[in-house]
Ligand binder design. Structure first.
Ligand SMILES: Nc1ncnc2c1ncn2[C@@H]1O[C@H](COP(=O)(O)OP(=O)(O)OP(=O)(O)O)[C@@H](O)[C@H]1O
Length: 254
């Protein structure tokens, strides 16, 4: 069930790469346990915006932020923010599955171990829980100490989701998580995302309009660095308020 509790409140957010403004005065609120899809043509700023939610843009030279991104009512760009804690709470899954070249078990135990969890039983429990939540446990329980690189692309992506879940986040950011997968693996990830919504907030960048319509509660349409329209997904796809949104969702431009 959706709650009306605000998780992110983004206010007057601008982002510059050097002199180029990639995000222009973005204002958006994301609620707890919502799935929010970010759509728009290539280069409109979707991934850039996604990365502002856990400060992944900090890693990019020449990148500068103005405005505020509040997470649980705290500005994450404040100088006293603990970035490691932020990224633990706001996990990320990328376009291409990127398991570490180690066993399935060690991929998931990696983050908790870095946090100082050493007890075998505790790690076993975290690994099992995370694999179950990522709907991968049944498929890999017999080969949990085998290399993660031997898994299929779809399984690798679910492993990356399990790895994020092992950190006990409350948000998962997903940047086109199914674009490298076949339709069946895509469907499995979509089912998983809908299941995860019971416990987590999910913000997902997608080029796949049907995917946004199938899984998200709300959709944000970006164009040339601006947030053109943000509303219930059904409204965006059936009765958008702005002409640009309608042109995009009906395929007049891509
Ligand atoms: N590291 C960077 N340095 C400079 N400019 C960048 C950088 N990353 C992105 N940009 C620019 O910022 C703008 C927004 O890019 P972004 O990748 O956020 O768009 P997008 O909507 O996610 O695109 P796509 O759908 O193709 O992934 C683009 O003009 C892009 O060229």
């Amino acid at each position: 069930m959706n709650t009306d509790k605000k998780l992110f409140e983004v206010e007057h957010l601008n982002l510059l790469y050097g002199e180029t403004k990639a995000l222009k005065d973005i204002n958006i609120t994301i609620g707890e346990k919502e799935i929010v899809a970010l759509i728009g043509p290539s280069g409109c700023g979707k991934s850039t915006f996604l990365r502002t939610l856990n400060r992944m843009n900090d890693l990019i030279e020449n990148c500068r932020i103005e405005g505020q991104v509040k997470y649980h009512h705290e500005n994450i760009y404040h100088k006293d923010i603990d970035i490691y804690k932020l990224r633990k709470n706001v996990g990320m899954v990328f376009q291409k599955p990127n398991p570490f070249p180690m066993s399935i078990y060690d991929n998931i135990a990696y983050g908790p171990r870095c946090q100082g969890i050493k007890k075998r039983e505790e790690l076993d429990r975290i690994v099992e829980d995370s694999l179950k939540k990522a709907a991968l446990y049944e498929e890999v329980m017999d080969r949990i100490h085998d290399s993660a690189l031997a898994l299929s692309g779809g399984q690798q992506q679910r492993l990356c989701i399990a790895r994020a879940l092992a950190m006990k986040p409350d948000v998962i950011l997903m940047d086109e998580p199914t674009s490298a997968l076949d339709p069946i693996a895509t469907l499995k990830i979509e089912e998983l995302i809908l299941e995860l919504k019971k416990e987590y907030t999910i913000v997902i960048v997608t080029h796949n309009m049907q995917q946004a319509a199938r899984i998200s509660d709300k959709t944000a349409f970006f164009y040339l660095g601006e947030l053109i329209e943000y509303n219930e997904t059904e409204k965006i796809f059936t009765n958008p308020s702005k002409q640009q949104t309608e042109d995009y969702v009906t395929g007049k431009f891509s």
